[in-house]
Design a binder for this molecule. Structure first.
Ligand code: ADE
Ligand code: ZN
Length: 349
């Protein structure tokens, strides 16, 4: 078994991806055509060529523009189904997917269309592929807290089917503490919670999230790497950090993957895992992220298994499901060494 096969067959949880950012350019064009929406790119190739970003805000301008092509329940269904098919093909056992309803409800798209499409596709993907998936309803930090609280009210009819609550959007200038009332309410309602922090924002934003928000995990968290005291705190409380290395690279968080802090954080005992964020925009789904990191950072099979274990341990899946998956990761690692051992024996006979 080579490293590509090891990664492919490794059971994994994808905890950090945005459905809006999972639109392949071909699908973006086909949804635009289906909904009669004109695009400013003359071709799919021209759109793909526009995937050059100076930073997060620069990317988000294109990402929000792409949201215009979602109109009907079928659109939300199709995008979710396409992503879950891809994830399942990559050996993802559990997928927790973000979508921020505010981009759509502000254009008059009914929440019923969003929830019906996403939850319907999650159910059907489970029947056809066996993948376990959940919808993490996300709000935008550049909008008001009142608006975010309204999202919580609006999703109440689907509360039992919602996997968790998150927050994304432009980070610098929008520290997370302002959303304390929103997170307190989400927790009081019984939701699992996560927040984007420490993607571009300083370590102080991560501290603020830890100090002020009742959160079960942090999305990104990579700017903690230079702050030893914060690293100690994140290791001590085993706060899951959903790291997105190709996203960090493409949004210029780090000049190369070789200097990405993933391995340093893993070695320090932090509960880091690897995810894709917005796969077509950043050049890879979860396996491409793992493979790129394994090459750039010289990750061992043990490192990759630790990342996979962490992905399940940080997930919002039921505890029995997490336990089963962790056992499967350990089994996969054992199989890898057993098969490589026998190859070596055959080779030296
Ligand atoms: N929404 C989609 N991708 C995002 C990212 N990388 N950071 C914050 N919000 C996002
Ligand atoms: Zn994200």
């Amino acid at each position: 078994m080579n490293i590509e096969q090891f990664i492919q067959r490794l059971p994994k949880a994808e905890l950090h991806m945005h459905l809006e950012g999972s639109l392949e350019p071909e699908m973006l064009f086909s949804l635009a055509e289906r909904n009669g929406i004109s695009l400013r790119w003359p071709s799919i190739e021209a759109l793909r060529a526009a995937y050059e970003f100076a930073n997060l805000e620069d990317f988000l301008a294109l990402y929000f523009e792409g949201c215009r092509v979602f109109v009907t329940e079928q659109d939300f269904y199709d995008v979710t189904a396409a992503y879950l098919t891809k994830a399942s093909e990559q050996g993802v056992w559990r997928a927790e997917i973000f979508l921020g309803p505010q981009s759509f409800t502000e254009r008059g798209i009914p929440l019923e269309a969003i929830m019906g499409g996403i939850l319907g596709a999650i159910k059907d993907a489970h029947s056809t592929t066996g993948i376990s998936a959940g919808y993490v309803v996300s709000v935008h930090r550049h909008r008001s807290v009142e608006d975010a609280l309204q999202v919580l009210d609006a999703i109440a009819p689907w509360a039992e089917q919602v996997a968790g609550i998150g927050m994304g959007g432009p980070e610098v200038g929008y520290p997370p503490g302002r959303f304390r009332p929103f997170y307190l309410k989400a927790k009081a309602l019984g939701y699992k919670t996560t927040v984007h922090a420490g993607e571009e924002g300083p370590p102080a934003y991560i501290r603020e999230a830890l100090d002020m928000l009742p959160i079960d995990r942090i999305d990104h968290g990579v700017t903690a790497h230079g702050d030893e005291e914060l690293m100690d705190r994140l290791a001590a409380n085993q706060m899951p950090l959903t790291v997105c290395p190709l996203s960090n690279l493409r949004l210029k968080g780090f000049p190369s993957l070789e200097v990405h802090p993933l391995k340093k954080m893993l070695d320090r005992g932090l509960r880091v895992s690897v995810h894709s964020d917005d796969p077509p925009y950043f050049g890879g789904y979860v396996n491409e992220n793992l493979l790129a990191c394994s090459k750039a950072l010289n990750l061992s099979p043990e490192d990759l298994a630790a990342l996979a274990r962490n992905s399940f341990l940080g997930s919002f899946a039921p505890p029995e499901e997490i336990q089963r998956a962790v056992v499967a990761v350990n089994h996969h690692l054992d199989t890898f060494w057993a098969s490589n051992q026998s190859h070596r024996l055959v080779g030296t006979d």
